[in-house]
Design a protein around this ligand. Structure first.
Ligand SMILES: [Zn+2]
Length: 222
């Protein structure tokens, strides 16, 4: 399957396989195997916490529900979950705005275009597949800083966010701790310490995503 079909389905349904806003971490572990822990969102609290499945980066809240997700398309080659637990498959994330828009239309979806007054080389398509869930597709006008502008802009990042989660329910203290979010990975510790709170305007990137990724700093994620 061409990768463009998957973000198009995400745009229309809010789902990418078992991944969706509100998905439970234990269910995702059952579907995809153990995640990579990237660290805390806030220095002083274990939750919310960053995890990754393949190239996908997501924040879970204390009740182990998926609160937001990023597809780092600036990396060009992505590792996505599946088809079986613990397996990853490589896809080429370089898809154009025209191709994605056509695929969303084919899937019966609608979107709005978001432009940024002070950033003329970036814009986004945004969908609201279900109430209180938004999927944003950020595009840049070139592959990298030193490449020429493109007629059809290229996908840089996908962001899934939701707004329906109220106060996190108190954990059941009679149950044993699952251990998620306890261990801080030393390799990305410094990064995790500096991660913004969810909803801030600087995207989380546990690695260096390349020039196209950097162009979007300050625009997305908010
Ligand atoms: Zn919660």
């Amino acid at each position: 399957m061409d990768f463009v079909a998957e973000p198009a389905v995400l745009a229309v349904t809010g789902r990418m396989g078992s991944l969706s806003y509100g998905a439970s971490l234990p269910d995702l572990v059952a579907a995809y195997g153990e995640p990579v822990a990237y660290g805390r969102v806030h220095k002083k609290s274990r939750w919310p916490h960053w995890f990754g499945f393949g190239s996908l980066q997501m924040v879970f809240c204390r009740c182990r529900r998926l609160d937001s997700m990023i597809i780092p398309a600036w990396r060009e080659e992505l590792e996505l979950t599946g088809p079986r637990p613990g397996e990853l498959r490589k896809v080429d994330s370089r898809i154009t705005e025209g191709a994605l828009a056509a695929a969303i239309t084919d899937a019966g979806g609608r979107w709005r275009s978001v432009e940024y007054e002070n950033l003329t080389n970036q814009r986004s398509l945004e969908t609201e597949p279900i109430n209180d869930v938004r999927v944003g597709f950020a595009f840049t006008d070139r592959q990298s800083y030193d490449s020429p502008p493109l007629d059809d802009w290229i996908l840089n990042k996908v962001n899934v966010r939701g707004f329906s989660h109220g106060p996190c329910p108190e954990p059941d203290r009679s149950l044993p701790d699952d251990g998620y979010g306890v261990q801080e990975p030393s390799a990305v510790d410094g990064l995790s310490r500096s991660q913004p709170a969810l909803g801030h305007r600087v995207p989380f990137r546990p690695d260096r995503g390349g020039p196209a990724g950097q162009q979007l700093q300050g625009v997305l994620g908010g």
